[in-house]
Design a protein around this ligand. Sequence first.
Ligand code: NAP
Length: 222
Amino acid sequence: MTTVGFIGSGNIGITVARLAIDAGHQVVLSNSRGPEPLADTAAELGPRASAATSGEAAAAGDIVVVAVPVKSFPNLPAAPLAGKTVIDTCNYGAERDGHIPELDSKSLTSSELLLRYIPDAMLVKAFNNIFFKHLLSLARPAGAADRSFLPIAGDSARAKAAVTEFIESIGYSVADTGRLADSWRQATGTPVWGTPYGPYSNEKGQPVGEYAIRAALATAAR
Ligand SMILES: NC(=O)c1ccc[n+]([C@@H]2O[C@H](COP(=O)([O-])OP(=O)(O)OC[C@H]3O[C@@H](n4cnc5c(N)ncnc54)[C@H](OP(=O)(O)O)[C@@H]3O)[C@@H](O)[C@H]2O)c1
């Protein structure tokens, strides 16, 4: 059993939290406004869920999921994330986040930008390439023929191993695609981003195996 802290408890954060609870993990939710607005959600998720401040969620997690808009990166709690395995689900979009020159020019990945704000975290990019409704509906037990793959990228082998174990526990297999600097291959608008799992209009999505994920990653252009 792992305790998973969530910084950001919106569409993708709550979906990962639901899958984590179903797999027997503990979750600590947080947002930008304090625990009170999350009380009902935590109660609905049951006794393994609680709501806290983002600093408390960061401190509590064996793994911490950061699921916020990129424009919120400067406001994240760096100190309690030091030394933690952190999953970065985030995607950059100038229309929501404002223009960030290094991301517009693609000289930096959004995960490398995040690392500037939480420099002592062990960051792993994951879950950013799948629509939250597909993530919920495509989870399958280990060994299922139609289990889907998710790409991950990161610089710490230890953190990637912990994230792989977590992702495998909540219904997916993992395709390790390299370092954080390589994570542009799974960034907003790339072939592996959203499309393989089917259109958003089909909320069930379609299972995607390792070959299709690796083929999509291979055709990405920067
Ligand atoms: N939606 C998807 O299907 C999907 C899939 C993959 C990846 N993503 C990416 O994942 C990230 C989150 O997406 P989402 O759809 O879940 O967004 P969302 O539904 O808008 O939720 C964003 C969450 O972040 C919280 N937040 C914002 N600033 C914060 C801060 N400084 N500290 C703590 N929490 C903060 C918000 O809290 P408040 O409500 O209190 O502001 C909210 O709980 C984005 O970067 C997105 O591109 C989304």
